[in-house]
Write a protein that binds this ligand. Structure first.
Ligand SMILES: [Fe+2]
Length: 443
């Protein structure tokens, strides 16, 4: 979509396409391994893949068939099994889950009926279906589980089951400035007009942000290695108390999946061991590691509002755009999204996706940790259910922004907010750093 005011018929087609694209991805992620791999638990942090598969169908049934179309439950007895709040991930393998063939059949059955509902439902006149919201929400939900399933694939032992072409190397090393000044002043954060924005992205509101500098690109493996080699993991002074406790308890020395062997740094990446690529954005670091690196570098992480201002604010028109490059949808030239590649592109890639101020790779490549906790915006209203965001506000979470190579464009916007515990390392997260700038007029 080129703007947030696309007409309902266009949105109906977009919802249809988004649902099909999500299912293609789900199918790929759940047919590239044997069924025994779908029912196994590859990490206590993750569900068995077959749980995600039936949960995707169950959420779709609850929202599109029951809430939108008023139909009866197809299999009410399975609802509790696939309620994410009822059973933590570690417990899920012990549940009497649908077997892979049954889960596929159930999800396909739901999908057939949901497409029928999409065809017949007016996309105006009810908050749930206005502009196709519920359909867009379900497509995003499925893509979010596709990202979760990709994490499971990364955690799983054994040879690689997924392949994708690597992003193009840089034509020439990136020689732009290391950081960019974002001018101080108010900007519009969040959205009240994006049709499929989730409740936590709403409403649009003004934020006053003092001037700051932000890195032009995400922090690279090469830069992170300098922190490691300078003894970053051995010196308490770079870490918050909780971060230092995590380092000591787990004897951390490097990002997750890295090891030092024969004088070089290697990492396991989707079942393949490779040399750590120096110019790629660093991945699989916790918030604590990102925060410690920033302190070591004499900098800090950006806040969530700083990140969003860097990503959306256009000083030329003095307004917030949907994406760094403008209001048009992401394309492969602008951002590394959608599992098209299974790794981030080298830092400095995607000049066509840079912000008006010249910041690159804000969308796609790696999720970016921010200093901010996950809190509601002024005027927040839970929609369509409290469990989407409301129950997480104020918890032990840090906000991540911008999506990653693992995220589909339908679930990635300049306003999109993700959140996770600061100890988490298995997610496709990296970061960029920032620093205060003297206010305009100061000496
Ligand atoms: Fe879910």
């Amino acid at each position: 979509m080129t703007g947030p005011t696309a007409d309902p018929e266009d949105l109906r087609q977009r919802a249809h396409a988004a649902l099909l694209a999500a299912r293609d991805r789900t199918s790929l992620l759940t047919t590239c391994v044997e069924d025994a791999e779908l029912t196994a638990q590859h990490s206590p942090l993750m569900s068995p893949l077959v749980w995600d598969l039936a949960h995707i169908g169950n959420q779709e049934e609850q929202w599109l068939l029951r809430a939108v179309a008023g139909r009866d439950a197809m299999r009410p007895e399975i609802d509790p099994l696939y309620d994410a709040f009822e059973h933590p991930r570690a417990e899920r393998p012990a549940l009497p889950l649908l077997a892979p063939a049954e889960a596929r059949h159930y999800a396909a059955e739901v999908r057939g009926r949901a497409l029928d509902v999409l065809e017949k439902t007016p996309l105006h006149g009810s908050p749930l279906t206005d502009a196709g919201f519920a359909f867009g929400m379900i497509a995003q939900h499925e893509q979010q589980h596709d990202e979760t399933m990709l994490i499971t694939h990364q955690l799983r032992a054994g040879p690689t089951a997924l392949t994708a072409p690597d992003p193009a190397p840089l034509d020439a090393p990136f020689t732009g400035p290391a950081e960019v000044l974002v001018p101080g002043g108010p900007f519009t954060m969040g959205t009240s007009t994006e049709p499929w924005a989730l409740d936590n992205e709403r409403p649009a509101h003004h934020r006053l942000v003092p001037p700051f500098f932000i890195d032009t690109t995400p922090v690279t493996n090469a830069a992170y290695l300098r922190f490691i080699e300078d003894g970053g993991y051995d010196e308490m002074r770079w870490w918050t108390p909780a971060g230092w406790a995590m380092v000591r308890q787990n004897q951390l020395t490097a990002p997750l999946f890295w090891r030092h062997e024969g004088g070089q740094w290697l990492r396991r990446h989707f079942g393949t061991v490779e040399q750590v690529p120096p110019d790629e954005p660093v991945l699989h670091v916790s918030w604590y590691e990102a925060d410690a690196f920033a302190r070591w570098a004499g900098r800090r992480l950006p806040s969530e509002e700083e990140w969003e201002k860097a990503a959306r604010y256009d000083p030329g028109s003095d307004r917030s755009m949907r994406y760094p490059w403008g209001d048009a949808d992401p394309t492969p030239e602008r951002a590394n999204l959608g599992q098209r590649h299974l790794r981030p592109a080298p830092a400095g890639s995607y000049p066509a996706g840079e912000s008006p101020l010249g910041v690159r790779q804000l969308i796609g490549d790696v999720w970016e940790w921010t200093t901010s906790g996950f809190l509601p915006y002024p005027g927040f209203a839970a929609f369509p259910y409290r469990e989407y965001s409301d129950v997480f506000f104020g918890g032990d979470y840090k906000v991540l922004r911008g999506g990653a190579f693992s995220v589909d464009a339908v679930a990635c916007r300049g306003t999109f907010r993700n959140w996770d515990h600061p100890v988490r390392r298995q997610i496709f997260a990296g970061f960029r750093t920032a620093r205060d700038a003297a206010p305009a007029g100061a000496a």
